[in-house]
Design a protein around this ligand. Sequence first.
Ligand code: AMP
Length: 227
Amino acid sequence: MSQTTGATPDVRLVLLGRQGAGKGTQAARLAEAYDVPHISTGDMLRVAVKEGTPLGRKAKEIMDAGHLVSDELMVGIVNERIHLPDAARGWLLDGFPRTVAQGEALEAITADLPLDLVVNLEVPEDVVLKRISERRVCSTCGAIYSLSSPPTNPWTCDVCGGRVVQRDDDTEEAVRKRLDAYTADTAPLLPFYGERKLLVEVDGEGSPDEVFARLRTAIDARVTARG
Ligand code: AMP
């Protein structure tokens, strides 16, 4: 059963969309608005790579090549994360599930408190290619910038003062592989969630504020209907 105990209702969300659709930017804003943790599996892996943990050592080559880390590894990481105390009132998953097998596993590990909604942030492939080539990220906290909205001081994160860089996997070759992986492995999640009546499509083109407003409208409608 869902419940409303704090100022915002409990909410469990998945954000789907191509690389560069704006998931990271919007997920951070939504997590703040609904007061739930933003769980980005890509960010978790990048931290593990940076720290040189066993997981990071396993993941680095796979990520740099634009391939997917194994379902087994990813499900284990997410299962642990969504059961931490700060996720008791809900969570927002960004970058997971990435395959139908991960979607099925998520269903199993959230059987007691199931998903409320899956939002597909729709942005055409030519637009995401341009966005990714201009994307820059903070190597410390993961804050996202672009050549058209850079940090105030060159290469220095406004949030934490970390170094702003281009992601290792944002090279043209790796991006094309990731977009192919999206079409082959992740896009089948759209009918998967459509059949479960959990899917809503949101237009991801426009300014970040416009997209955020659309997302809030879609999510609020679902949370209100759920009660
Ligand atoms: P992202 O930041 O979501 O684009 O993820 C960056 C990279 O991390 C991906 O290209 C994959 O190599 C890996 N990754 C992130 N999330 C997953 C996942 N759910 N399943 C498999 N690999 C993932």
